[in-house]
Design a protein around this ligand. Sequence first.
Ligand code: NAD
Length: 473
Amino acid sequence: MKYSRLFVFCAALLVGIAMQSCCCNDGCGIEGEGYKWQNGMIVFDEPARVAGQESMLGFAAEPIPVVRVGFVGIGMRGSAAVQRFTHLQGVEVKGLCDLVQENIDKCQKMLTDAGMAAADGYTGEEDYKKLCERDDIDLIYVATDCTNHVKVALYAMEHGKHVAVEVPGAITLDECWALVDTSERTRRHCMMLENCVYDFFELTTMNMAHQGVFGEIVHAEGAYIHNLEPYWEGSYKNWRIKFNQSHRGDLYPTHGFGPICMALNMHRGNKMTYLVSIDTKSVNGLEVGKKLLDVDEFLNGDHTTTFIKTELGQTIDLQYDVYSPRPYDRRYQLTGTKGFASKYPISGYTFTEGMLKEGVVPEGATVNPHGFASQEIMAAAMDAYKHTIHQEIEEVAKKVGGHGGMDFVMDYRLIYCLQNGLPLDQDVYDAAEWSCITHLSSVSLKHNSVPVAIPDFTRGDWNKLDGVTFHMK
Ligand SMILES: NC(=O)c1ccc[n+]([C@@H]2O[C@H](COP(=O)([O-])OP(=O)(O)OC[C@H]3O[C@@H](n4cnc5c(N)ncnc54)[C@H](O)[C@@H]3O)[C@@H](O)[C@H]2O)c1
């Protein structure tokens, strides 16, 4: 009896050791494709910085009093940007590049109607190169489908141009590193056009968070929940549904995530450590795929959830669902030790005693740690913590529009910083950090939701800047 128990124990031990060694090397098939299994996580190899290449943290270029712009991709999103640029001071639109001549004609008309000079038009698949090679352009604004973002951005930086690129900035981890390395080597800005950072609720709430109104933030939630049923057929040659059909993971992370990263000071004293993802089967996605693409397989799950851990011990819950009949929802919720903020599904704040600045809570009103603050307190708090940027540009932005004005605030800030030789609000590390969720979530899903380490694209400098700064002259 005694011996048989010893035998069972030893056998179990051997099986345990065998299983462990299996999961620590190629045996479980988890290594390869540029990553290894380490501390219970998939960890991607991080390319070393090449000699002579320097960090772009806090980078400011020479001031450009009149910013000369070339647009690549002027479909739905790019043409709206051209329209907004007609309301900016100190810009010249030099070139318009798209595969569809009608889009170019439409944007030319926007320019001339606004009293601006017509730009040169380019229509070939590779014509963006001609635009980037010009020596009378400072900024290339990229709003092609997401699979073309990086090739255009890299070519532009290699030819001395600053780059602004639509969301998501990149799809793969290699693409994220390529943006970082090219920006560092060429000393050109590469800003991802994450407009939600400039939304009136998000920016005001970021200001509150940075001033400690919510105490210490311990948890945040973000999402892109948007029933795209009416929009699938609007994209050029159906690129959007084709992309979703062939990719698993959170394919559009940055709207919900970017503003959270700003509130949590990511790579400005904080960093992400790892993520895990889980997804549902595809039901509605598959239906759309069958209808539009005649396929019987659809890789993207109807609902994808990703959990992220940060260096400062916070958790982030990020969701992606563009198939279900639900109200639009970016979530943007911050849970702090002393308060709570929520943009969706209900917009409101929970404040606690003594956390708001003196005089913000109207006389006779009280805060309630168990419910949302009254509309009166919310309005007073949003006014008291309005960001300087909004104080300056809110009125014009609301008139020009673009998702209620935030798109114009974004373009205004991009041009303002370039004109004044200031660091941009969003740097290339933001673009890489926020975009890499797509690839890393797909890797986690491929391996039954294992944790995947999130690279530090600053290569160790994540703690050098003390919080987020939106520079003013
Ligand atoms: N920030 C936001 O709120 C927001 C909203 C919608 C879309 N987007 C992003 O904007 C981008 C564009 O989306 P969209 O809805 O305008 O798509 P779209 O299909 O309407 O437009 C894409 C355009 O890119 C052009 N294009 C493709 N390849 C090109 C090339 N090699 N050279 C020149 N032009 C090329 C096409 O001709 C097309 O007109 C996408 O990355 C999308 O994710 C962002």
